[in-house]
Design a protein around this ligand. Structure first.
Ligand code: HEC
Ligand code: HEC
Length: 497
């Protein structure tokens, strides 16, 4: 018995240290030294400009900068990418239609194409901060959740229990529907300005959002429903994030560096294998793979079935019987799903191979000063700079690349200001996954209306930082205390990513 316990402890210890079954001892040593945090800020580090290793691209900077294929894709890969690109941009239509191969949209949906939300493969925009100049922003989704009641006699708090979907509206509000069916409602956001004084006499104004759902199509929401707004994130570098070795991510979770930062993995179900695996994607790391998230987007955002999400009715619930009576778009001669597996594979391939652009100005003195401040303020406690991807990653182009995504892919308590009260897997209503920062400096080039954070409330990078609380409170306070020149350097560094 005792021996067994000791063996288990040894196994856990080696897992925590980032053992990496894919590497020899020599390789592991090399990987550790090359991914060690920077110590010299007098010049850019070797390969630092190539943020995504050989997959990085160097192209003219314009609105298409997030839409290129990874630099190291083969000829065959590029053909697959192009087909996937067509499917990502395509407008789906409702069934039955004359264009049979692209029907099946809905009955309830948020948008007709992936691209409608992931604008030019970058992030989406919110309806706008000026109440007089609102646009129809489809890219802001509202997830709905009702806290599960704790079973009698247990001491579990609401946050520790999985949230349930709204009994009528399901797990997401769909603001569009096919002809003949009411849509679920319309999202309204009210912003209250909050002034934050900064050292050196500067101030910043943060916009605190409050969400309302108007024109409910199916009666009242559950009285305890919680709303979790989510803005479409950028699509670059996702295959490489999937190729980061789990041991490297868990090693960061296990480490307590005495700075009050404690990253937590989100364990979620892999629908292909039925196993609990590490969540990596979405704002709460609720999805384990690009494929599963893409299939979930077809289902929840567009109402289209695929092998992983076989219902043709997406997020329709039993309390919306008229929804399931609408025609669907599966074609017997194409298979049993509205998006057959073959098409799903193209979309997944595309989503995994959008290139991360090369860094700009990595050697600039001000950018280097900002990088030093990024380290000193302990932003790297969560925005972990670099990794070497798995040697045995599924796709050869993703193997053994030195990448600089600036994320630990773990969950952190970010304080009351950002909390949404909605749990997802092991993520509580106060926790969010550290988002990658690569490419963040090109956000406005791709979508001039794009904003930051999970619900797009931050109009610029400084506002995004000032919303940090909870485990990131000390890092945020450090930025408030910086001189105006230091803050400008820190932002310059972020803009160079
Ligand atoms: C209605 C808007 C909308 C549409 C349409 C949409 N997405 Fe998204 N997408 C989002 C939002 C919002 C998130 C973040 C969701 C979350 O945090 O739960 C997201 C996240 C993702 C992610 C994870 C990115 C990351 O960094 O974690 C991928 C991959 C993705 N979407 C692919 C797709 C694909 C493929 C399609 C089309 C089949 C699609 N999306 C359609 C809004 C949309
Ligand atoms: C405790 C972990 C943690 C620390 C420390 C931290 N961050 Fe973050 N950061 C996050 C999380 C989590 C989010 C997403 C929060 C959300 O969307 O609600 C985020 C979001 C951001 C964003 C917006 C990203 C996007 O895609 O919208 C920027 C920019 C950013 N952080 C920069 C910084 C800087 C600069 C520092 C240091 C001063 C820092 N962060 C420190 C966890 C952290």
């Amino acid at each position: 018995m005792r021996r067994r316990v000791l063996w288990l402890l040894a196994a856990l210890a080696s897992a925590g240290a980032g053992a990496r079954s894919d590497l020899s001892d020599d390789d592991l040593e090399r990987v550790r030294s090359i991914t060690a945090p920077a110590a010299d800020f007098s010049a850019a580090e070797p390969f630092e400009t190539m943020q995504a290793g050989a997959a990085t691209i160097k192209k003219l900077i314009n609105a298409d900068i997030f839409s290129h294929a990874s630099g190291n894709l083969s000829f065959e890969g590029r053909q697959q990418f192009l087909v996937g690109n067509g499917l990502f941009r395509k407008d789906w239509v409702s069934a039955p239609s004359s264009t049979q191969a692209s029907d099946g949209l809905g009955p309830l949906f948020n948008a007709r194409s992936c691209q409608a939300c992931h604008v030019k493969d970058g992030r989406g925009s919110v309806p706008g901060f000026d109440p007089l100049e609102r646009t129809d922003a489809v890219a802001l989704l509202l997830r709905l959740a009702v806290p599960a009641a704790a079973p009698a006699g247990t001491a579990l708090s609401a946050a520790e229990l999985a949230a349930l979907p709204d009994p009528v509206y399901g797990s997401q509000l769909q603001n569009f529907s096919v002809a003949g069916l009411p849509s679920e409602g319309r999202v309204e956001v009210d912003y209250t300005p909050v002034t934050v004084p900064l050292a050196g006499g500067e101030t910043a104004t943060l916009m605190r959002p409050a969400y309302r759902i108007e024109d409910l199509g199916y009666g009242p929401l559950h009285p305890e429903v919680q709303i979790s707004p989510r803005l479409a994130p950028p699509m670059i570098g996702l295959g490489l994030l999937e190729a980061i070795h789990e041991d490297d991510i868990l090693a960061n979770a296990a480490q307590d560096k005495g700075d009050g930062i404690r990253g937590k993995p989100n364990w979620v179900q892999d629908l292909r294998t039925g196993r609990q695996v590490l969540g990596r994607f979405n704002w709460k790391a609720g999805q384990p793979t690009v494929e599963q998230q893409s299939a979930s987007a077809f289902s929840n955002d567009m109402g289209l079935s695929s092998p992983l999400f076989p219902s043709h009715y997406g997020d329709c619930t039993a309390a919306q019987p008229s929804c399931a009576e609408m025609p669907h778009g599966a074609q017997p001669h194409l298979g049993e799903h509205e998006v057959p597996g073959r098409l799903m594979d193209f979309v997944t391939f595309y989503s995994k191979n959008l290139a991360v652009p090369q860094r700009r100005d990595a050697d600039d003195a001000r950018v280097l000063a900002g990088k030093k401040l990024f380290y000193e303020a302990n932003c790297i406690g969560c925005h972990v700079p670099k990794y070497v991807t798995r040697r045995d990653a599924k796709q050869p182009e993703h193997q053994f690349q030195l990448i600089w995504p600036y994320t630990d892919l773990l969950l952190h308590d970010m304080g009351d200001g950002l909390a949404d009260g909605v749990s997802e897997g092991q993520a509580s209503g106060r926790q969010w996954r550290t988002p990658p920062l690569w490419g963040i400096g090109l956000t406005a080039q791709v979508n001039p209306n794009a904003t930051y954070l999970h619900d797009g409330r931050a109009r610029n990078l400084l506002e995004a930082i000032l919303w940090h609380g909870g485990e990131a409170q000390a890092a945020r306070d450090r930025v408030v205390e910086m001189t105006p020149a230091e803050r400008a350097d820190l932002i310059r560094f972020l803009e160079s990513l």
